[in-house]
Design a protein around this ligand. Structure first.
Ligand code: IPE
Ligand code: IPE
Ligand code: MG
Length: 245
């Protein structure tokens, strides 16, 4: 799957700043399908194929962590057929790609709640995470049944259940109760298909992320588009509230 292995890399001018963590809101699968007179699920399948390209591109461009927003807590409210199709696609992708991802040194992490997922899918996800836990080439977080608000609420509940005293609740402690515990915050959030909103994605972690929105639908968002987003990022001046001298 990772074509960069053993094959000559294409020439892409080096980037001055490469983000440590890129998070992508993979949007526009439905519109991609609609524009072709196909059912929405065909768009989701095409979108899933595209994730392979972008995973490869991360390895090639030296991005060590990628988070893909695949299914939100609000996506449960879509028609049953679409929801079932999306659950099936995730299960199929794990079955089909896990060995190769593992062989290529990809560490898989799940962001979101296992609750509500079918038992067989929960087991597949757990197995994938355990199998790949020591891999270091690329960390791939799959946000599935993920919502930023739900994540924050479960953190609050666990903090209270642990009997943490109010004065002990620091930003660091709070972050350690999120699904992203121990990970760097996203430096760059890319959204395809043109919307300018977070849709409940990484609400806490996105505080100082740079945003990049493109009208391209996710199934059409290729390596060159990804490279353009990384170029835009490398030209941003990040101030974190300070005044630069
Ligand atoms: C993104 O594509 C994938 C998921 C949200 C699961 P959409 O299905 O939201 O595509 P559009 O926005 O309807 O085009
Ligand atoms: C965000 O896309 C969720 C994912 C990409 C998984 P949506 O299509 O669900 O977001 P809205 O409804 O346009 O805000
Ligand atoms: Mg959408």
């Amino acid at each position: 799957m990772l074509a960069s292995r053993g094959q000559p890399a294409e020439e892409w001018p080096p980037l001055s700043h490469v983000p440590r963590h890129v998070a992508i809101i993979m949007d526009g699968n439905g519109r991609w399908a609609q524009a072709r007179g196909l059912p929405r699920l065909a768009g989701h399948r095409a979108g899933t194929e595209n994730t392979r390209r972008i995973i490869e591109a991360c390895v090639e461009f030296g991005v060590p962590m990628l988070t893909l927003y695949a299914f939100s807590t609000e996506n449960w409210y879509r028609p049953r057929e679409e929801v079932d199709g999306l659950l099936d696609i995730l299960a199929e992708v794990i079955d089909r790609e896990l060995d190769e991802l593992h062989a290529n040194g990809v560490q898989l992490r799940h962001l979101g709640s296992p609750e509500g997922l079918p038992e067989s899918l929960r087991r597949k996800v757990q197995h994938a995470v355990e199998l790949t836990r020591n891999n270091t080439r690329l960390t791939l977080n799959v946000a599935f049944n993920y919502g930023g608000r739900a994540e924050i609420l479960q953190a609050v509940r666990r903090i209270l259940a642990d009997g943490v005293r109010p004065e002990e609740v620091t930003e660091e402690l709070f972050a350690s109760y999120l699904h992203t515990a121990g990970m760097p915050d996203p430096d760059l959030i890319i959204r395809t298909a043109g919307e300018m909103r977070l849709s409940n994605f990484l609400l806490w972690q996105a505080a100082y992320a740079e945003y990049f929105s493109t009208p391209i639908h996710w199934p059409d968002f290729g390596k060159a588009d990804f490279y353009r987003a990384l170029c835009a990022y490398s030209q941003r001046q990040r101030r974190f509230g300070r005044v630069l001298q």
